[in-house]
Design a protein around this ligand. Structure first.
Ligand code: ADP
Ligand code: MG
Length: 359
């Protein structure tokens, strides 16, 4: 298994990129730690597949270098990089049996037949296809073919990394859950470096130790689910993670006082950045409803059973807040912001408020 270093990677699909907008990957400079499980999360079109294909070697980046355990692999082929990749849609040999499909990548690498048999049978159990081992792939449904693809990725435990590109899209929800927990267990057992692409935040947050959030051709944050929730490094992470997402309000800051319209909000400390215009980020969970603080106008209450999502207007801006199911809405509603929930952003990037967590 390998530590994967992405050293100033940029990629444009077109021949002659004219501006930053022509780059599918703008500047990716990060390291994936050896043996860790990462979920790569971001909206459709943000560059997840492009990044994965650059790591596996299916695509050669326009700029930058790639290293596995310190060794430069930028010029190496997919084969030489020794990476297993599972795609969104099945890639199987229709004329081969299920067993041979799994054995193929091992035989290809000259693995002894007894070891091939052991690994293939073990993997068939994991993907729940042992009973179909001798069936030809051609006769199987899309979800079973996708399980074969998964198996072909998992059968090799000697790879530098396993990359999954939204691999459970065609699998039914019940089976999805089973396969996901199987993957988790396998990762614990073998400790492979794993990158798992998804656009589903629940899948990402429940699955991985570290979540890599991508937005517009960049990695905007790598963190644990808690870090992404409490300290989003970019306002996009705040919107994208959590439901509803973080409130972002334009404020003018002087010292440790933020001004929002006619209201003053005390910040935990003064930002070090020498400017006045910032965005204040506060998650709905940290906005308290009461009789004191900043006056709001309630616009909508969505009762979700356990809790209420309240949409309100504060100084001409819409904000969301969470109230407990039994909580009464005061006749003259006001809100306060819990200080521990306040984040400050300059041009969408988080700034330090004395807790060392800014950029
Ligand atoms: P994701 O996997 O996050 O949905 P992709 O990596 O597939 O995103 O795409 C990133 C951007 O690159 C998108 O704007 C997409 O249209 C563009 N793109 C992807 N593949 C190609 C290609 N083969 N040729 C040209 N543009 C592409
Ligand atoms: Mg994709």
């Amino acid at each position: 298994m390998a530590r994967i270093e992405l050293d100033h990677i940029r990629h444009a699909y077109g021949e002659r990129p004219k501006s930053e907008a022509d780059y599918a990957l703008k500047e990716v400079h990060h390291t994936f730690v050896d043996g860790s499980a990462y979920a790569l999360l971001g909206p459709s079109g943000c560059g997840k597949t492009t990044l994965l294909n650059i790591i596996s070697g299916l695509l050669r980046a326009s700029e930058g270098r790639l290293r596995f355990n310190g060794v430069d692999v930028t010029e190496l082929s997919t084969q030489e990089r020794n990476i297993a990749q599972v795609f969104q849609f099945p890639v199987v040999y229709d004329t081969m049996t299920v067993y041979d499909n799994l054995a193929f990548p091992l035989r290809n690498r000259g693995v002894a037949e007894s070891e091939v048999d052991r690994k293939v049978r073990e993997t068939l159990e994991i993907i729940d296809l042992a009973s179909l081992a001798d069936r030809r792939a051609a006769g199987l449904g899309a979800d079973q073919k996708q399980k074969i693809s998964l198996g072909r990725g998992l059968v090799r435990s000697d790879v530098n990394a396993i990359l999954f590109d939204e691999p459970l899209t065609v699998i039914d929800p019940q089976m999805k859950w089973v396969l996901r927990s199987q993957l988790k267990q396998l990762h614990r057992r073998y400790g492979f470096t794993m990158v798992y692409v998804t656009h589903d935040q629940t899948e990402a947050l429940t699955f991985a130790e570290k979540v890599v959030v991508m937005y517009d051709g960049q990695i905007v944050q790598i963190g644990t689910p808690d870090e992404l929730f409490e300290r989003p490094s970019h306002t996009f992470v705040g919107y994208f993670i959590g439901s509803p997402g973080m409130n972002v309000l334009p404020v003018g800051v002087e010292g440790s006082r933020a001004r929002l319209g006619n209201q003053i909000i005390e910040l935990p400390s003064a930002p070090t950045a020498a400017r006045q215009d910032f965005e204040l980020g506060i998650r709905p969970e940290f906005v308290r409803l009461g009789r004191e603080g900043m006056p709001v106008r309630i616009e909508k209450i969505e009762d979700t059973g356990r809790r209420k999502i309240v949409r309100a207007e504060l100084e001409g801006r819409e904000i969301a807040l969470i109230a407990a199911e039994e909580e009464e809405i005061p006749a003259e509603p006001h809100v306060t912001f819990a200080p521990e929930g306040i984040n400050l952003y300059a041009d969408s990037w988080r700034v330090d408020l004395g807790d060392g967590a800014g950029r």
